[in-house]
Ligand binder design. Structure first.
Ligand SMILES: [Zn+2]
Length: 341
């Protein structure tokens, strides 16, 4: 139900107004960061379109057989297009053109039972030009009572011809307090940890959920201590300034590929905090606010150009690994550079 979606009142109200005024757009683009509720609102919107007992304010009843099947992903008039799974369990890098052709075939028949049928396209930015152009034909001539929801975190990667046919609904990052409260319930975190994870998650419940499962979360203090060469009481420790230490950390991280996004997020937010401290921002704005004293100390020791350089290195390395660079070598180079100066 629309009324059950929290933290995205702007997006929810836009959809609600469309139902109340009877002016639904045939194609919506739900645009905003991953893990902030775009998929939830898509399900609530689709339920509301199909539910025979929709309320005057656009809320589906959420209990009828239609609503249950939309939620379970088994309603025959809801068509979902997404990247497909590969044999190794990972996902194809792009939505295949066959997925759009299958959709067009399915849409060539009448709806099974509802007045409307709906197409949801997940990660709509992951279509190459020919796939997007195939979809464009369907968007232009969808047939009666066919509605679309395109979901994306990267709207700028969509073709302008697709964008111009959609009404954009913007989703903002969720507030840190909102994410912390949610995660402390769902992942049973204590308040300090929930606040930290929410800061690292940058307004995304999806990202926060993944961070809760990360082995590195419990190792944050030890990891930062190795990168920084001192613990939270500012006692000097063996650090990556010793080359063998840097190489061994790179090796251990390279063996835990699934944990790498967390490592990058940790180091990035750490140096970002140092930069914010240099700029005189208050402790509440730090991600690592439980370590504010150490953040300020580093801020007084490092030149701001050095901090910026470190942030650039971290981002460059993460991007290089996205493009299948040698993981261990890239991490070694990064750590040795972070250790300099
Ligand atoms: Zn219903």
């Amino acid at each position: 139900m629309l009324g059950q979606i929290q933290g995205q009142s702007h997006a929810v109200e836009a959809i609600r107004r469309a139902f109340v005024s009877g002016r639904l757009h045939h194609a919506y683009l739900f645009a905003g960061p991953d893990g902030v509720g775009k998929g939830l609102l898509a399900t609530a919107y689709v339920s509301a379109l199909l539910c025979p007992q929709r309320g005057a304010q656009g809320d589906a009843c959420s209990t009828c057989s239609t609503c249950l099947r939309v939620r379970a992903g088994s309603h025959p008039d809801v068509h979902r297009v997404a990247r497909r799974e590969k044999d190794d369990g990972g996902l194809e890098p792009q939505i295949k053109i066959e997925a759009v052709r299958d959709l067009q075939h399915a849409l060539s028949f009448k709806p099974f039972e509802a007045n409307y049928r709906v197409v949801i396209i997940y990660e709509a930015d992951r279509m190459n030009a020919s796939t997007a152009n195939a979809l464009l034909k369907t968007l232009e001539e969808p047939g009666a009572n066919t509605h679309f929801v395109l979901i994306t975190a990267l709207p700028n990667l969509l073709l302008p011809t697709i964008l111009s046919r959609c009404q954009r609904i913007r989703f903002a990052p969720l507030s840190r307090a909102f994410v912390a409260a949610h995660l402390s319930r769902e992942c049973e975190l204590d308040p300090v940890m929930a606040d930290l994870v929410a800061g690292l998650a940058e307004g995304s419940i999806g990202k926060g959920r993944a961070l809760c499962k990360s082995e590195l979360l419990a190792e944050r203090a030890a990891l930062l201590a190795r990168v920084e060469g001192r613990d939270e009481d500012d006692v000097a420790l063996p650090s990556i300034r010793r080359v063998p230490e840097a190489l061994s950390l790179a090796e251990s991280l390279a063996g835990r590929k699934a944990e790498l996004p967390f490592f990058f997020q940790l180091v990035r937010t750490w140096y970002r905090d140092v930069m914010l401290s240099q700029a005189g921002l208050r402790d509440e704005q730090l991600v690592h606010r439980d370590r504010a004293a150490l953040v300020h100390k580093r801020a007084s020791e490092l030149k701001s150009a050095d901090v910026l350089e470190r942030l650039v290195r971290v981002n460059d390395t993460e991007r290089a690994l996205d493009q299948a660079a040698n993981v261990r070598l890239s991490l070694e180079t990064l750590l040795l550079r972070l250790a300099r100066g």
